[in-house]
Design a binder for this molecule. Structure first.
Ligand code: SF4
Ligand code: FES
Length: 363
């Protein structure tokens, strides 16, 4: 068993309900119903246990967290527990009164996702008519309320050619931080991979656009860039390593090392309804399974990057290879890397199929 460190952040998935249907949603594909959501008092206990465990930041997420009517109460509870609150939202349910209530409860930071730079494309990608205009209005209200704003841009073949316009939009809205993230192909995104996969040319252009914008926007906005795995030579340290820094609690109380962890067959994830967060973090076999480096096979086991990228992403290794203990095929040292690259080149060269929108019960 590898001794656990302290988790830094808790991703609180308050609900799987969401008005949008993004085809790259990180929620499970097997969503059959909104679920047996934790009650307000149960979330309060989770927040207290997270603070006691050493968590510093709570990310209120979903689904769409603003679909919960008790969100302001939960933000207030997190503030009182000393946690830095961050709301990750599509923003289509926000208005001035709710934003004021969140700010009064101690919220400091709001992250709003945009699907594209213009309404027609954005609403098509999100599967929600009228969403883009609502997001623009909500982002302005967030800044008017004095809250920090991050604009989240998930990029793929349908919006990468608009990246300059997306960055300009984020700056105009007053975002101090912009996250440009290529799609991570798990769950819904994997089901929509052929519809979303960009070409190598698009990816190279995006890298150049971000590099130039970082120079241009020094002192205005920070840009975080999440590179695409399929054209990579080395994987990312997914979640900073399995069960090293992050915890996710699902709407019904399951505790996971990452949002996609339930996609790995054979791992049993426990609930905050049965055990404390600290007990799960420190002693759950599923958390211990890929913590540290002791579980690694070759080539990771003897690689000098094994404590840098932690072997990449366990969920991606399972999804593509059926073996969560395999080297992430995003790594060029993996025997399966060439097949991953071929899939990207083949799919991005073909006409894009229709989206399969994320809907509860659509699996
Ligand atoms: Fe990372 Fe494993 Fe590749 Fe080394 S072999 S770079 S540890 S994924
Ligand atoms: Fe689960 Fe990468 S998404 S480990």
């Amino acid at each position: 068993m590898t001794a656990p460190g302290l988790p830094y952040a808790l991703l609180a998935e308050l609900t799987y309900r969401c008005p949008l249907g993004c085809p790259y949603c990180s929620n499970p594909v097997e969503l059959t119903r909104a679920g047996d959501e934790l009650a307000t008092d149960e979330w309060r206990r989770v927040i207290d246990e997270a603070a006691a465990l050493g968590v510093l930041q709570i990310l209120f997420s979903g689904g769409e967290p603003t679909a919960r009517r008790d969100l302001a109460a939960l933000i207030g509870h997190a503030t009182a527990a000393g946690l830095y609150g961050n709301l990750i939202t599509s923003a289509v349910l926000l208005d001035a009164a709710r934003i004021a209530a969140f700010a009064a409860a101690g919220l400091r930071h709001v992250q709003i996702s945009f699907q594209d730079s213009a309404a027609d494309g954005a609403d098509r990608i999100g599967g929600f008519a009228g969403g883009h205009v609502k997001k623009l209005a909500a982002a302005r209200l967030v800044r008017d309320a004095g809250l920090e704003l991050t604009v989240n841009l998930v990029v793929h073949r349908h919006n990468l050619d608009h990246l300059e316009a997306l960055l300009a939009m984020a700056v105009e809205l007053g975002a101090g931080r912009i996250e440009v993230a290529h799609v991570q192909y798990h769950g819904w995104a994997l089901a929509n991979r052929a519809a979303l996969m960009p070409t190598r040319t698009q990816v190279e252009q995006a890298g150049a656009t971000v590099a130039a914008a970082r120079e241009r926007l020094k002192g205005v906005a920070t840009i975080d860039y999440v590179a695409p795995d399929y054209y990579a030579r080395r994987p990312k340290a997914c979640m900073g390593g399995w069960a090293r820094q992050f915890l996710t609690v699902t709407p019904d109380g399951r505790v996971l090392p990452c949002q996609a962890a339930q996609s790995i067959a054979g791992l049993a994830f426990e609930s905050v309804r049965d055990r404390s967060l600290a007990d799960i973090w420190e002693r759950s076999p599923a958390f211990d399974r890929f913590r540290g480096t002791g579980w690694m096979k070759e080539p990771c086991r003897s690689c000098d990057r094994r404590e840098i990228d932690w072997g990449g992403c366990r969920c991606q290794a399972f999804a593509l290879l059926g073996d969560a203990a395999a080297t992430d095929p995003a790594c060029a040292l993996s025997a399966d890397h060439a097949a991953m690259l071929t899939a990207a080149e083949t799919e991005s060269a073909a006409a894009a199929p229709d989206f399969r929108y994320r809907r509860i019960g659509a699996a």
